[in-house]
Design a protein around this ligand. Sequence first.
Ligand code: CA2
Length: 144
Amino acid sequence: MKILIINGPNLNMLGIREPKHYGKETYADLLDKIQKHADSIGITVEFRQSNHEGDLVDYIHSAYQSFDGIVINPGAYTHTSIAILDAVKAVAVPTVEVHISDVNSREDFRKISYIRAACVLTISGHGTNGYLEAIDYLAQGDNQ
Ligand code: CA2
């Protein structure tokens, strides 16, 4: 099973500021943690990150007929992007939305998620473990 892990704007800055919301792990630490988990359960993962909305749309399109699942943290585009919602609908690859922080207990604008409607699951507020839970969820579905 192959899963594409997509991270949106500012997630490359993890660990640099705002540890209260996003913890102390860096983006490199996050990739290392995901890779180790994926290896331990026999899943292949590939990583993409961009600060640009169109790149995220292109990454989602690249999963069409190439990946069995997508784990995506669209960052702030979660709250604004219909293009990313439409891309997930277009490829019809099972997609899990992940947020490191608990978006529902923060500012009102973070409670809105356009992409949620196209996702099989949303995980929010579990820190970076949310990415591992998302992989486990997709892996489970693959076995059923
Ligand atoms: O909780 C999440 O994972 C978010 O998707 C992270 C986004 C935020 O805009 C969403 O509302 C929730 C932000 C990405 C990281 O931003 C940083 C800001 C300062 C320092 C380091 C990272």
